[in-house]
Design a protein around this ligand. Structure first.
Ligand SMILES: [Zn+2]
Ligand SMILES: [Zn+2]
Length: 347
């Protein structure tokens, strides 16, 4: 292995520097991973633009990451050189009440790899092996970055308890919306109704198995959802768009006793929201945060087994030294891009 490695350091909002750093060495219980691919998501974009609260710059971004184990430290079993891996980026302390309950995503001392901890927009990373999950050797390491997102989607649907025969509406058909649509179809939900204002995303939703696709705003979709569910309203609404307007529409399109996942992270204040529908319709609003480590293996299996086809989500690949261009494209073309990937092996 090399003495020094290249890293794309975000020195300040909108300012990447490519720097040489000492190569990491695996301590006991750790592995060094040769980074292959890092997908860029909205969290990364908000750190890039300076909109993400509480960020200390400089920071090395990258948390949707795959690679190949380069070396392991003393005492490591079950992980060896050459294994293809995906990183679980949710850093947890292992000793707080949440961790002891097995809810590592709610760790009191949680951090995100690629935010509080240096991430994968570099050539090699070092981290405890408990954050590594093995991938099949024949799976594309670029496409496999989607598995981290799929695990967060799986976590949300696990919390919702999606059952066969239930009607599910998915608002927004970006990466997470499409994966929600597919996972609901696999769970046997019927009908699964996908809503977006972007035609090609609805075409992908059809490929994901959506029973109905609606090119319509969330507000205008309420009547249509009622019609498609025989007047009763949906059992479940998953909002991957986020914001005040979709929250109110989501509640309206639910049947009495329905469940809502406000999946998209939004800080928008919902001034029209009252708790009345929670009383009158017994609506349950079910939060979900990131992923639990137990979501990773099933997410890998869903892709490895072909039940979820993540080919076609990655629309562009950039080398490490063009990280800034990747973020520019992601920021300029949100309606055209699902995932952009940084390839740490290219130059
Ligand atoms: Zn992400
Ligand atoms: Zn903890």
């Amino acid at each position: 292995m090399k003495q020094s490695i290249r890293a794309a350091v975000l020195a300040a909002p909108r300012r990447f520097n490519l720097v040489d750093r000492p190569a990491p060495v695996a301590a006991p219980g750790e592995a060094v991973v040769r980074v292959s691919s890092t997908a860029v998501c909205h969290t990364d974009l908000s750190i890039f633009t300076g909109e993400h609260p509480g960020i200390k710059y400089p920071v090395i971004l990258g948390h949707e990451s795959t690679g190949i184990v380069e070396s392991v430290g003393d005492g490591v079993t079950g992980m060896k050189n050459g294994q293809h891996v995906i990183i679980n980026p949710i850093i947890s302390c292992g000793h707080c009440d949440s961790c002891l309950r097995g809810a590592q995503q709610l760790c009191r001392n949680a951090g995100l790899f690629g935010r509080e901890v240096e991430g994968s927009m570099c050539e090699f990373v070092r981290l405890p092996v408990r954050y590594l999950h093995t991938l099949p050797d024949d799976m594309s390491l670029a496409d496999a970055t989607l598995i981290e997102t799929l695990a967060t989607v799986r976590h949300a649907q696990d919390r919702l308890g999606v059952k066969a025969g239930e009607s599910v509406v998915v608002l927004g058909q970006g990466t997470t919306g499409l994966l929600h649509t597919r996972l609901a179809v696999i769970a046997g939900a019927n009908p699964v109704i996908a809503i977006s204002r972007t035609k090609w995303k609805l075409d992908m939703a059809t490929r994901m198995g959506a029973h109905h696709v609606l090119d319509i705003s969330a507000e205008k979709a309420v009547d249509e959802v009622l019609r498609l569910t025989g007047g009763s309203g949906a059992d479940i609404v998953i909002d991957t768009a986020g914001g005040a307007a979709t929250l109110m529409a989501s509640i309206e399109m639910l049947r009495p006793g329905g469940r809502l996942s406000p999946y998209a992270v939004s800080h928008e204040c919902c001034t029209q929201f009252t708790t009345f529908p929670l009383y009158y319709k017994e609506i349950s609003i079910i939060g979900s945060r990131a992923l639990n480590p137990t979501d990773m293996a099933p997410a890998i299996d869903l892709v490895a087994g072909g039940q979820i086809d993540v080919a076609g989500f990655v629309s562009a690949t950039y080398p490490l030294d063009r990280a800034a261009d990747a973020f520019d494209e992601y920021e300029r073309n949100p309606g055209k891009v699902l995932r952009i990937v940084i390839d740490s092996t290219a130059s």
